[in-house]
Design a protein around this ligand. Structure first.
Ligand SMILES: Cc1ncc(COP(=O)(O)O)c(C=O)c1O
Length: 366
């Protein structure tokens, strides 16, 4: 897939400029509240002494790294706090390519488009492994595609855009495949708190020096604008990643790290459960209406997204723009996620108006 500038912003701009009311289902920006402790942390921060507005440690606030390490069962030294999962993925992919153990990045099709974009930017080459219709990844297909040219295998569970959650057996097999090929498994787990199936398995469950796990509070705490994420590296890979992070960013937002730490410490599990429950209800409402409209659709096991296919209406950018103008619903073109879903449209369930959106779609495709 040839990919340059991600299409998300272009579609969002088009929807914003539309001459009518549009239900925005383009981005992955949650419309629900962040944890109260996160808001309190930001308020508190505004009153702190001037020294707290200066550079923090480049690799992240020590207390935040310790908190994440304790939660994830790793050593704090393995953690780099990043500018969201986006930077964590970038550092992980750069680190894998820098090892001079191959220049191919194995990706899934469909794929979260920033991975192929980053691969090109870092001078690597993409190789795709197709998922099945439910978005599940067959480890045998990954094994067949992997070789000594493989620098990294990049996966995302729960998945954007398919909603698939990979079982523990898949995650363990992917770690094995990385080890067998002297490659790095990069597991982007940014939607881990939106596992609706109860089957989510982190790549951290299989101990290995060949895997990097990335995550962020962006989705779990409904703060994509805060820009706090992290990558967990094997001890032997962390130093160069830390240097790259320092050279590119100096450090990550200090007030954001402070607020995220307070939220980690003070947020009850009920906060996350409420958000999952809201999402379950939206999935049901939206897919019921798609069913009534005679569309094909996916029922996500996790993440925020539903893929839908309307007869004779391929998932092109042009059709997405037409849907904005003529139906008042904005989604993402399936073609943005790779060849396999080019007939599909992706809708993000991050608006309370999912029912209205589905009714508009049903009326439009009637
Ligand atoms: C799979 C995946 N990874 C990473 C990101 C970006 O995460 P962050 O905002 O923490 O950089 C997104 C955002 O939509 C995503 O869907």
């Amino acid at each position: 897939m040839d990919y340059e500038t991600p299409l998300f912003f272009r579609v969002m701009e088009y929807a914003d400029a539309a001459d009518r009311d549009v239900v925005d289902m383009v981005s992955g920006n949650p419309d629900w509240e962040p944890p109260e402790a996160l808001r309190e942390g930001l308020r508190e921060y505004a009153e702190l002494e001037p020294d707290r507005f200066q550079y923090p440690a480049s690799e992240g606030l020590p207390e935040l790294r310790a908190e994440i390490a304790a939660r994830r069962g790793v050593d704090p030294d393995q953690i780099v706090v990043t500018n969201g999962a986006g930077e964590a993925n970038y550092l992980a992919m750069a680190r894998a390519l820098e090892r001079d153990a191959g220049d191919e990045i194995l990706l899934t099709d469909p794929v979260y488009p920033y991975y192929p974009g980053k691969t090109t930017m870092l001078g690597g080459a993409q190789r795709y492994v197709a998922t099945d219709d439910d978005g599940q990844l067959d480890p045998a297909a990954v094994r067949a595609a992997a070789s000594e040219d493989t620098a990294a295998i990049v996966v995302n569970t729960p998945n954007n855009p398919t909603g698939a959650v990979y079982p523990e057996s898949t995650m363990a097999a992917l770690v094995d495949i990385a080890e067998e090929n002297d490659a790095i498994l990069i597991s982007d787990e940014v939607y881990d708190h939106y596992d609706l199936s109860g089957t989510f398995a982190s790549a951290l469950e299989t101990d290995s020096t060949n895997r990097i796990v990335t995550n962020a509070v962006s989705k779990s705490m409904a703060v994509t604008g805060l820009r706090v994420g992290y990558a967990i590296f094997p001890p032997e890979l962390v130093d160069d990643a830390r240097s790259r992070h320092m050279l590119v960013n100096v450090a990550t937002t200090r007030p954001g790290q402070y607020a995220a730490l307070k939220a980690f410490r003070e947020t009850d599990p009920e906060y996350y459960e409420r958000n999952r429950e809201r999402l379950r209800e939206r999935v049901e409402t939206f897919t019921d209406a798609l069913e009534a409209a005679g569309a094909e659709y996916t029922t996500p096991q996790g993440s925020f997204y539903v893929l839908a296919r309307f007869d004779g209406y391929p998932g092109t950018l042009e059709n997405v723009e037409r849907l904005i103008d003529e139906a008042g619903v904005a989604g993402m073109p399936g073609e943005a996620f790779g060849d396999s879903r080019s007939e599909w449209l992706r809708f993000a369930l991050v608006t309370p108006r999912v029912e209205e959106a589905a009714e508009r779609l049903a009326a439009y495709f009637d």
